[in-house]
Design a protein around this ligand. Structure first.
Ligand code: C2O
Ligand code: CU
Length: 493
């Protein structure tokens, strides 16, 4: 789970402010977190409408350099990984035309929005078939770093690059010198630039099938030049299908300032990979990095690899930004429906390998009207390896939309215990909600809100949220896992 294994005090503005004290895992020193200030209310008169027009298509991109034929990526726009920037309280209207040979959708990962805009084929909307258009429209309620992707054949479609980034601004109380998006994704490529199989039985039944080429923003080595001493907001997204990263930094002072887009009292990041954050697929971290002196470089690294992999190299050059003490407490407090733990209803879900789930699932569908809806082969796989509470997402043998994992009441707080009984990590994502991560078998994490929580092998974690009306997907975000059983949904009425 995303515990920052911090032995240092949490960085913060004024130590005199009312402090929240936590004891870290394993008898670590207490952490002192200074609460963040509230954001000013959104002024509806200042809200803007942003219109986006996408055409999802195959586009050749020279991912592997000039000597190798361009890779045939699938992208929503002319450039891979488009970055949309809007303001808190603004409205988004995104029209998508499908020029790909199979159906697609756009799921807005991490956003609280009306269920009909959630972009899950069959569950919340019909598939957008080749040649068809669909318009998504919703307000951007929460500031932060989000992304979007389709929801059937995710391993193949996201595997070919079909994803984009949504930045909702309006959470800063102080400007920074730079704001950059860093989207990490591996590619399953042969040396000649052709894609390898996105799903393998060996990978799907274990930790996932890893890519052969690592990249950040579509580049195998991402280098950015920044003014010496400047403060850079780095929005780091793990858009990989499989890989868990462990993020650390060398050569610069840095702090984690938001998790899954939602601000936290800053937590120092260090070089050793000791003070670090585990970032599973779909998880995001916002960092504030103080660029080094002119002529020096700093490197953001993934330590969860055989050799630490440089995610981003920052090269500092003159002019030198004015020098003041590094204070990463630049964000305001996130605002979302706060769970009321005293009134919470408790539920428990176990994430396991598939058992004899197919039979029990087929019985269960018989009693649910939604069970009559047939899904197509893009939305189910041939094999099943995983289950949530002994039920698996259907496979090709019985491709009917299953009944919900649970029916919840809108407006109520739910406290979910998530139990991983497998020897593999699973980043568990709930659509359309922001939840509090309460902690679990590994101790108390830095208090934070999230939309995806990493369950490490054999770990138990608790989360809490206020249920919003609709049918909301709940699944592992290792794409091969969700496609081979570790997926379900909640019906909130
Ligand atoms: Cu990125 Cu169903 O999620
Ligand atoms: Cu998983």
């Amino acid at each position: 789970m995303p515990i920052a294994l911090s032995r240092r005090a949490v960085l913060g503005g004024s130590a005199a402010a009312a402090a929240l004290i936590l004891t870290g895992p394993g008898g670590a020193a207490p952490r002192v977190a200074v609460p963040l200030p509230a954001a000013p209310a959104v002024d509806p008169a200042a809200s803007r409408l942003h219109r986006f027009a996408f055409a999802a298509a195959e586009r050749p991109v020279p991912l592997l350099g000039a000597d190798v034929p361009p890779v045939k990526l699938w992208t929503y726009t002319e450039t891979p990984f488009p970055v949309l920037r809007v303001g808190r309280g603004d409205r988004i209207e995104a029209e998508i035309l499908n020029r790909l040979p199979e159906h697609i959708s756009i799921h807005w990962h991490g956003l609280r929005l009306p269920n009909a805009m959630d972009g899950v084929q069959y569950l919340t909307q019909p598939p957008i078939e080749p040649g068809q258009r669909f318009v998504y429209t919703f307000p951007a309620l929460d500031p932060g770093t989000f992304f979007f992707h389709p929801h059937c054949n995710e391993s193949g479609q996201v595997g070919r690059g079909l994803a984009g980034i949504l930045v909702v601004e309006g959470d800063q109380r102080r400007p920074v010198d730079g704001d950059m998006v860093v989207a990490v994704k591996d590619w399953r490529l042969a040396p000649d630039g052709r894609f390898l199989d996105f799903v393998t039985p060996e990978g799907a039944s274990r930790a996932g099938t890893f890519g052969t080429v690592r990249s950040a923003n579509g580049r195998t080595a991402l280098v950015e030049t920044v003014p010496a001493g400047s403060d850079q907001r780095v929005r780091l997204l793990n858009l990989d299908s499989t890989r868990v990263m462990q993020v650390g930094i060398e050569g610069a002072e840095a702090a984690i300032i938001a998790v899954d887009g939602h601000a936290i009292p800053p937590v120092a990041l260090d070089a050793s990979g000791v003070e670090t954050w585990r970032l599973g697929p779909a998880m995001r971290l916002d960092l504030l990095v103080r660029a080094p002196q002119a002529g020096r470089t700093a490197r953001l690294l993934d330590y969860f690899a055989a050799e630490p992999w440089p995610i981003l190299t920052l090269r500092a050059e003159a002019p030198v930004a004015r020098r003041r003490p590094f204070d990463p407490a630049i964000l305001t407090r996130p605002v979302f429906p706060e769970p009321d733990l005293r009134q919470a209803e408790r539920l428990s879900f176990t994430f396991s390998a598939a058992s004899d789930s197919i039979a029990s699932f087929a019985e269960a569908t018989g009693s649910d009207p939604a069970g009559r809806l047939l899904m197509d082969s893009l939305c189910v796989q041939d094999r099943t390896f995983w289950a949530i509470d002994k039920l698996s997402w259907p496979n090709a043998r019985d491709p009917r939309l299953p009944p919900p994992l649970a029916t919840l009441t809108a407006g109520r707080t739910y406290r979910l215990e998530l139990v991983n009984v497998t020897p593999h990590p699973h980043p568990i994502h709930l659509h359309g909600h922001v939840f509090r991560v309460l902690g679990g078998s590994e101790g108390a994490p830095v208090p934070h809100a999230a939309d995806t929580v990493l369950l490490t092998p054999k770990e138990r974690v608790e989360i809490a949220f206020v249920a919003e009306p609709g049918d909301w997907m709940f699944h592992c975000h290792i794409l091969e896992h969700l496609e081979t059983g570790m997926m379900g949904y909640f019906r909130v009425v």
